[in-house]
Ligand binder design. Structure first.
Ligand code: ADP
Ligand code: LRH
Length: 488
């Protein structure tokens, strides 16, 4: 087998990167070619993504790969966070900076829409976890407020699709990212027409949905010239970052749960069919689309966003590294303070540490005084939430779960890995860190005919990355906090 090179563009809410994958037989090596900070832009009281500067960063990544490393990748592909989208006008131009999902414009959008279509009906038709920022609610909030953008929109493109479009000139809508919109028929490449029409969203702005793992076009000539690249294929991989990450879970069998740990902690299992029932509605589980016909049955948990925001606020006085924050947490009393990380107040507060303190005070726990106590509270609360979601999954499926695969940037946190193993009472297999880019790269290899299946992808991940295993220690100190939390 010759050596193959693929370039993945992986955009998370906190950072973006261009990662080169070099595949030789069944060994994959990753080279980080370019990394940059991503953050929402606050403009006129609203939050946006600067898609044009993100596109520029991706072109820099390609140019570095070709000019500095001297490697011409065989293809490129983009994955990003879910739900957000760009508006394309009649002349083919992106019409405005895309709104970021934490923008408050959707604060009342769910309740407003439920006046038209009852909540249980929306869930039955889509099987998606209710989050106020799902594309359905973003679009409905635009309909309701009489947005000037919507009437001049010819098509919307979700963020990875929009970036693929800027690279190739081809507007394609990929299935896994479209499935996060809450506008698809569960498990199908089909828009839920009645729901979309009931919400007053013009159906004609939604394109044909295609499956991941296919070439959608080639690099536009002017971008090839700018970056020094040839006119290589632009591939639709699993455009939703979580779907790409899960494709790279290094599991040998089906008896696993995963936590994709980054800005969000995404806890779930892989299933062959969507699971949609009154119970999954009550528990608010999602059924997002995966690769090769799989369903991602999971819950989005607020995740490292809480840590990221504490770090941002404290940076005014003191800049912490991630490992420094972990070390601090170790010095604080375990399970002294517990929050619900998914409380809406943590979605986009002005001051995260303050929001944590207020939650603790309001719930009669007293006041965490130190940074160490606040960080510890967040990690403890996340671990307890993981246990709660695990128990909930067990209550709606009979799937055997023998271990948890922890993947993504957050799996560098050995302390939280051990805490998760202890609280969930399951072994935690940590790695790969760059799971999303790995899934992106190996799906490119599949699209180009180098690999043939998800099983083969996972085998390569197993053979290429060393995993760290954390066994449950038997420590039960979490139990009291869990009982209080789940009986609230
Ligand atoms: P996303 O792609 O969602 O933006 P990543 O997958 O890059 O996020 O994960 C970033 C998060 O991982 C950081 O917010 C941080 O909390 C955590 N993290 C990364 N490295 C470490 C580390 N060495 N120790 C502890 N936490 C870490
Ligand atoms: C994680 C993620 C998650 C949600 C959120 C908006 O990056 O994609 O799965 O969709 O962002």
């Amino acid at each position: 087998m010759p050596t193959h090179h693929f370039l993945a563009f992986d955009l998370g809410a906190s950072s973006g990167r261009a990662i080169l994958g070099t595949l030789e037989k069944s060994n994959l090596q990753l080279t980080e070619v370019h990394r940059f900070v991503n953050q929402m832009q606050r403009i006129n009281g609203h939050y946006f993504w600067n898609i044009f500067s993100l596109f520029q960063e991706l072109k820099t990544g390609l140019s570095k790969c070709v000019r500095e490393l001297g490697i011409q990748p065989e293809s490129i592909a983009v994955d990003t966070w879910g739900v957000d989208f760009a508006h394309i006008g009649a002349d083919g131009m992106i019409l405005s900076l895309p709104y970021a999902y934490r923008d408050p414009r959707t604060n009342s959008a769910m309740d407003d829409l439920f006046q038209l279509v009852p909540k249980n009906e929306v869930y039955r038709q889509t099987g998606i976890q209710f989050m106020q920022f799902n594309s359905l609610f973003q679009l409905y909030s635009m309909v309701k407020s009489g947005s000037s953008l919507l009437p001049v929109t010819k098509q919307i493109l979700f963020t990875p699709d929009a970036l693929n479009y800027l690279f190739s000139g081809v507007a394609a809508t990929e299935f896994t990212i479209a499935s996060t919109s809450q506008m698809l028929v569960p498990g199908k490449c089909e828009w839920q027409k009645n729901l979309i029409e009931a919400a007053g969203i013009p159906l004609n702005i939604l394109g044909k949905v295609i499956l991941p793992g296919q070439q959608i076009g080639t690099l536009l000539p002017e971008i090839a010239e700018e970056t020094g690249s040839s006119q290589i294929p632009v591939v639709a991989v699993a455009g939703h970052d979580t779907a790409s990450a899960i494709a790279s879970v290094p599991a040998e069998d089906a008896n696993f749960a995963y936590i994709s740990s980054g800005t969000w902690s995404i806890f779930g299992i892989e299933t062959t069919e969507p699971i949609i029932s009154d119970k999954t509605l009550e528990l608010n589980f999602t059924n997002e689309g995966g690769v090769e016909g799989t369903t991602r049955f999971l819950k989005n948990i607020m995740g490292m966003w809480l840590i990221q925001e504490c770090r941002r606020i404290w940076a005014r006085e003191k800049e912490y590294s991630w490992p420094e924050m972990v070390e601090l947490a170790k010095t604080a009393e375990p399970f002294r303070f517990v929050i619900d990380p998914d409380d809406n107040r943590f979605l986009n507060p002005e001051n995260m540490p303050e929001a944590v303190v207020v939650f603790c005070e309001e719930t009669g726990q007293g006041k965490p005084e130190s940074h160490a106590q606040i960080i510890r509270c967040i990690y403890d609360s996340l671990a307890l939430k993981y246990r709660q979601v695990l128990d909930e999954i067990r209550s709606v499926t009979d799937k055997r779960i023998e271990r948890i695969h922890m993947i993504g940037g957050g799996c560098n946190n050995d302390f939280l890995n051990q805490l998760t193993a202890d609280v969930c009472e399951l072994p935690v297999f940590a790695g790969p860190t760059e799971a999303t880019a790995t899934g992106n790269i190996l799906m490119q290899a599949k699209a180009l005919g180098v690999l043939s299946s998800l099983n083969e992808i996972r085998k390569i991940v197993r053979e290429s990355f060393k995993l760290k295993i954390f066994q449950p220690s038997g420590d039960q100190s979490w139990r009291k906090a869990y009982q209080i939390k789940t009986s609230e």
